[in-house]
Write a protein that binds this ligand. Structure first.
Ligand SMILES: CC(C)(COP(=O)(O)OP(=O)(O)OC[C@H]1O[C@@H](n2cnc3c(N)ncnc32)[C@H](O)[C@@H]1OP(=O)(O)O)[C@@H](O)C(=O)NCCC(=O)NCCS
Length: 203
């Protein structure tokens, strides 16, 4: 975790954060773990920040006034039939890994997703060799749903990615086989809720 003196503040990104995001994505691991390209342009980040819609959440983590990480929570699709799903992407500045910044960002995103946006399903992709990201996502209840082979090109070679998802709390009782699949590996709350739903159906 970050030292006691340096509290991690998570807030919504503002146009003035372009430089902070640019600094994070200028670090090698932040690039390697995402789909960002080397030599990012600061102008590109200014544009991205000005294009954020009301339903897109771009969060930043700040320590002592410096932006050290970011997380995007976006509607997964414009189809009304997928309005329960959102996707997540995140990155922490290389100098700040393994100090609790990723967890602080994820905690804030899950609060928005679960308690305010009412998203049921959160989705993400992660390279299969990204141990830090896998540890973080598993800690917050994401499970691997499959492997995407040669998902992206990174530093001269193709890399596989896992597709992961987290289903919040109780899934609707009418859900079918895909829900059953997730309950096997899903968070404890989801397992309990499905068990209760099964009992209700049986009685
Ligand atoms: C993945 C990433 C976001 C994690 O953020 P972070 O700030 O380092 O994460 P945290 O410090 O909150 O750690 C989260 C958990 O992962 C564990 N962890 C951290 N680094 C780890 C590593 N290299 N191997 C295994 N576990 C690790 C921590 O111990 C912690 O678990 P705990 O709370 O039970 O102790 C960050 O490493 C990163 O930005 N990497 C580069 C970009 C990237 O890969 N983004 C993800 C794209 S899918």
């Amino acid at each position: 975790m970050a030292s006691r003196r340096s509290a991690i503040l998570v807030r919504r990104a503002e146009p003035r954060d372009a430089e902070g995001l640019h600094a994070t994505f200028s670090t090698p691991q932040a690039q390697a773990g995402t789909l960002q390209m080397p030599l990012p342009s600061i102008e590109l980040w200014r544009k991205r920040l000005s294009d954020v819609t009301a339903t897109d959440y771009l969060l930043v983590a700040e320590v002592d006034g410096a932006v050290v990480g970011n997380l995007g929570l976006h509607a997964a699709s414009t189809s009304p039939r997928r309005k329960h799903a959102a996707s997540i992407g995140m990155s922490v500045h290389d100098d700040w890994h393994d100090r609790g910044v990723g967890s602080a960002l994820m905690r804030a995103a899950l609060d928005i997703a679960d308690n305010w946006h009412n998203y049921l399903r959160l989705e993400l992709t992660v390279y299969t060799d990204n141990a830090a990201a896998l540890a973080l996502y598993r800690k917050f209840g994401f499970v691997i749903e499959g492997t995407l082979e040669a998902y992206a090109f990174r530093d001269g070679r193709y890399v596989d990615a896992y597709t992961m998802a987290r289903l919040r709390g109780a899934a609707p009782a009418s859900s079918t086989s895909s829900t059953t699949k997730n309950t096997k590996k899903g968070p404890e709350t989801h397992r309990k809720a499905t068990k209760t739903a099964r009992k209700r159906k049986a009685s």
